[in-house]
Design a protein around this ligand. Sequence first.
Ligand SMILES: NC(=O)c1ccc[n+]([C@@H]2O[C@H](COP(=O)([O-])OP(=O)(O)OC[C@H]3O[C@@H](n4cnc5c(N)ncnc54)[C@H](OP(=O)(O)O)[C@@H]3O)[C@@H](O)[C@H]2O)c1
Length: 252
Amino acid sequence: MSSWRLDGKTALVTGGSKGIGRAVVDELVALGAHVIVVARSQAGIDETLAAHPGKVTGIAADVTSAAGRARIVGAAPATLDVLVHNAGGNIRRPLTGYDDETIAQIVSLNLLSPLSLSRELHGRLVAAGQASVIHVGSVAGIIALGTGVAYGAAKAGLAQATRTLALEWASTGIRVNTVAPWYTRTDLVAPVLAQPKRLEAILARTPLGRVAEPVEVARAIVFLALPAASYITGQCLAVDGGMSIQGLPYAP
Ligand SMILES: NC(=O)c1ccc[n+]([C@@H]2O[C@H](COP(=O)([O-])OP(=O)(O)OC[C@H]3O[C@@H](n4cnc5c(N)ncnc54)[C@H](OP(=O)(O)O)[C@@H]3O)[C@@H](O)[C@H]2O)c1
């Protein structure tokens, strides 16, 4: 089999009905994988299934609920080659504006749910032989970006969990990596990108001078799922147009 194909492989993508996750599903299908899409809304799943007849199946479930995760585990196949933890989101506030429940909700979605699901699917990943787990983090987990402490801390935790799990699971052939996007044109950040001053500040901070399209993040995620990435584990790859390496803007 080509190192650049996923024929015969099965992948599960949380949050695969919209935005970055949907682009991941499209790329995985194009490379030959069968994909299981998880999202809360059945309508979003149906739309994804209609775009890929016979190539995608769906599970309507909330990854933050034990019942939702049980539904995912119940429907997952006996061997799982690729697991993309993409479902995530934020409620942006200063620390003094958060109650404990909201912090717990953000940490649950962005950190605890991926870990629980990985644990519950571990046997299926081992059974696949050379599985790949990919966490969708954020550059907000690498540097401080005013996104609120809960989201930044959860995404930083996810990147660290990546290193820990990569070590813990290496002997079973499972690779674990994180992709950390910067602003990407999806519904999640549409309200931010619609504010001209915010957009101007974001673009000024981005050496490539534009926000990402979902497919540009998806391709990095899918690369890490490929046999071509067989020696890469425990890493956090920023897909950020150079944002996180810029000290000062270049001035010739
Ligand atoms: N867009 C950016 O600029 C950006 C930047 C950095 C990091 N990220 C990260 O990238 C990932 C994807 O973001 P996105 O912008 O593509 O988001 P999005 O457009 O809002 O899509 C989110 C997807 O996740 C699903 N989802 C949300 N909560 C869920 C839950 N509790 N259980 C199951 N599915 C759930 C949504 O479907 P339902 O609503 O039907 O559940 C949808 O399919 C997130 O982890 C986010 O933190 C995004």
